[in-house]
Design a protein around this ligand. Sequence first.
Ligand code: FAD
Length: 694
Amino acid sequence: AQLDTLDIAVLVALLLGTIAYFTKGTYWAVQKDPYATSFANGSAGKAGKSRNILEQMDESGKNCVVFYGSQTGTAEDYASRLAKEGSSRFGLKTMTADLEDFDYDNLDQFPEDKVAMFVLATYGEGEPTDNAVEFYEFLGGDDPSFSEKSSGEDEKPLSTLKYVGFGLGNNTYEHYNSMVRNVSKYLDRLGATRIGEAGEGDDGAGTMEEDFLSWKEPMWAALASTMNLEEREAVYEPVYELTERDDLDIEDDTVYLGEPNKNHLEGHSKGPYNAHNPYIAPIASSKEIFNDATRNCLHMEIDISGSGLSYTTGDHIAVWPTNAGKEVDRFMNILALSEKRHSVIAVKGLDATAKVPFPSPTTYDAVVRYHMEICAPVSRQFVAQLAQFSPNDEIKAEMAKIGNDKDVFSHQVAENNFNLAQFLEYMSNGAAWTKIPFSIFIEALHKIQPRYYSISSSSLVQKDKISITAIVESLAKPGAPNVVKGVTTNYLLALKQKQHGDPHPDPHGLNYAIVGPRNKYDGIHVPVHVRHSNFKLPSDPSKPIIMVGPGTGVAPFRGFVQERAQQAREGDDVGRTMLFFGCRNKSEDFLYEDEWKQYTEDMDGKFELVTAFSRDGPEKVYVQHKLKERADEINKLLMQKAYFYVCGDAANMAREVNEILGQIISEKRGVSKQKAEEIVKAMRASNQYQEDVW
Ligand code: FAD
């Protein structure tokens, strides 16, 4: 076969791409090639969309790009807020940009009169978010010496780049905010100029929002002075335009009523199923597994046969939620949208760079029910922003006060656990807010996020059925009028109730559009996708393992033990398998009590369940205590290279277990505390110690 010009161009582009990949930023040092831009614009990009950020900024007249590395949507949200504020307060021409949508080999030509902002979440053990992997690798990834080498001693390829950085992290993790720290380090080394401090928000301390608010003011001052920007009275400029489409109605088959994308709208949903395209999975069975009148815990079996989805033991399943009807109604009522909730609207970005976060044309109802996180806590900045649309001057003054004072906000909003509509109701005594432009909600509220669950089955035992073990969220703060009901878990509870015969389930008074858009989820279906994880059993089943999983932290370990029991039944030599499980009491929330007995038999004594019941005796006993009691054996197993796993609560339990392991090693091996900590770190680095925490 002959190669035509196009083939050759593609091959050259691929070759250059490979070179660029393997040499990472050294690309700047190698001689520029005319085909370089063809790579930048070409094969790797989404069809027809330029991956050249400089070109896009030029074409759309922007002088400020806010890149985001986001996993759950928070970093993306902060990026939009920065873009918005830069435009309304300082007249910057801003755009936001998903890090994975662009190439970075021309950052060395970033114009001096423009600025790039980076809002970067750190994920898991100091990793970049999925959409930031390529960008991070390009700059140097986890090789800290890389950008030094690549740019050469004196070379400063990014000397024209001005940048601003903010990180989202969690101080309970060892690599706290490592993304923003490393990216800043790399950019500085490559000669870029940082404006202001690189900010760090801490989810672990629960101060993310306040960290962001207190970081951005000095940053704006520094940026205004560097770029000679003049601050002006912030005026609200909508980012999206809504057109009421009277020519269409909800019967029309081009109107999205909550379908996640075109495939689903057209009724022939097809794979591959992933974070952009959920599989509408049948729930094969569901039940409650607590014996407790006040709390619910669900066990569900999700059928993925025939979907092309697959999983391996230790992976996560993502569930795409639907907001509760009660909260959708509240939102509609307080904004006086109830009457037109089923009117068809077309939504488009007023600017070519503004992405509409849901498909259009659609309806108010569909947007609010399926696409917006309307139940989440309210942000202080949003309260300040909404003040101007208050029903009257008195409320306006009160809104401004709450929005501008951290303590007043904390007392009146955060401590009351309000979601947005509840807060607006509270402020106006239930009177409707009619002046708020709908665009502001699309801008300020998060896009609804799928929630992850650690798969609690083994793929060896049931490859086509995924088990979930989920506790139904219900958060009552003392003194707060409002009990927060988790969005996804109450939806799952409703699905369980429907499966057990209730045609209109309404757990806790919440009701759901349980059959989904156009009845597409009828017959007990839930939209899901699978995310692969690194939380894995050793490939050699004879290796001993120690698992620590209190509460629903036991989920993946049910899968692990199921797998090892199966291997034992098949005659494999299965190593010692210890599981530390804790809960309140034996009679109420002892998860999978009967199954463990069976696994002990199957594994011929190799499996041991060590339990800690915190409320059964005079003293509170937790898994941490049990680990200490079994220190001798744990140390011995670790010396035999046992894998050590922790799953569940990140904030307290996982950190304490980490400390206790250090203590055990120090005591039993007679080494200093510091040395023991190093050993634990090395275990983590070599994957002998793995965490699945949230
Ligand atoms: P949400 O609506 O998301 O609410 C969650 C919490 O946010 C509330 O309890 C409250 O603290 C806070 N909140 C929400 N709204 C407000 C408000 N208006 N005011 C104040 N506070 C508010 N969970 C399991 O049960 N089992 C698992 O196996 C499991 N595995 C996981 C694995 C991973 C990798 C991750 C990241 C999480 C996992 N989770 C698991 C947690 C799960 O993803 C969900 O976070 C959890 O089920 C709650 O979801 P929800 O939508 O019901 O609650």
